[in-house]
Design a binder for this molecule. Structure first.
Ligand SMILES: CC(C)(COP(=O)(O)OP(=O)(O)OC[C@H]1O[C@@H](n2cnc3c(N)ncnc32)[C@H](O)[C@@H]1OP(=O)(O)O)[C@@H](O)C(=O)NCCC(=O)NCCS
Length: 173
């Protein structure tokens, strides 16, 4: 049976099987520690019965006024555990926490070329709010979709009305 539990510092030394994936970013240790210290409830991990890390989600709540929202910083599932509904489960946990915090919406950034993830987020009720030009740097810079899902507090769903034009990273609020 899969166990979903809070991420701990020790997991940072055991998550290579998940992070050795070209679409999964590996950050410096302080970055993870910051999330563990500030938003531990948003950092959840799925573990197999044999103790293998299957995937995890990392997020936070930020913004003020009607921009108060939950944010998905990382979501990843090891290749051998994909298509089991794990990502959908981890997203629903993050959304539940964001509801409890009275957030207006949940948002995330995803590479425009990451068709699997974009399709999944669409299926989970997310839509493209705006395109962020050259958000991801690399040999060739790549655009991101900023995708959003309105939560129950945003009764009129104002937060997800798409912007008419793409934005540059320095214009992000
Ligand atoms: C994207 C990712 C997190 C999906 O994880 P997952 O646990 O396999 O996803 P789920 O099993 O919860 O899938 C939920 C739905 O998403 C869609 N989906 C997921 N993977 C898919 C695939 N390979 N092809 C088509 N649809 C897919 C399906 O609609 C699926 O529902 P279904 O299985 O009932 O049809 C995983 O592929 C991954 O870790 N990719 C690399 C990292 C990444 O891209 N992260 C997102 C960056 S923002």
């Amino acid at each position: 049976m899969t166990t979903i539990r809070s991420f701990t510092c020790d997991d940072l030394f055991r998550f290579n099987n998940v992070n050795l994936d070209p679409l999964t970013e590996t950050y410096g240790l302080p970055f993870y520690m910051q999330y563990l210290a500030h938003w531990p409830e948003y950092f959840q991990i799925a573990e197999s019965p044999s103790g293998e890390i299957m995937g995890y989600i990392m997020g936070k709540a930020e913004g003020s006024g009607e921009l108060w929202h939950g944010h998905v910083t990382a979501l990843t599932v090891a290749p051998e555990f994909r298509r089991l509904g794990l990502a959908a489960k981890l997203m629903s946990i993050l959304e539940e926490i964001s509801e409890k915090k009275r957030c207006y919406f949940v948002d995330l950034f995803v590479r425009v070329s990451n068709k699997v993830a974009v399709h999944m987020y669409n299926k989970l009720g997310y839509s493209v709010y705006r395109t962020v030009l050259e958000y991801y740097s690399g040999d060739v810079d790549e655009d991101a979709y900023d995708m959003r899902k309105a939560l129950s507090r945003d009764v009129e769903k104002k937060s997800i009305v798409p912007l008419a034009h793409p934005v540059h990273p320095e214009e992000l609020d």
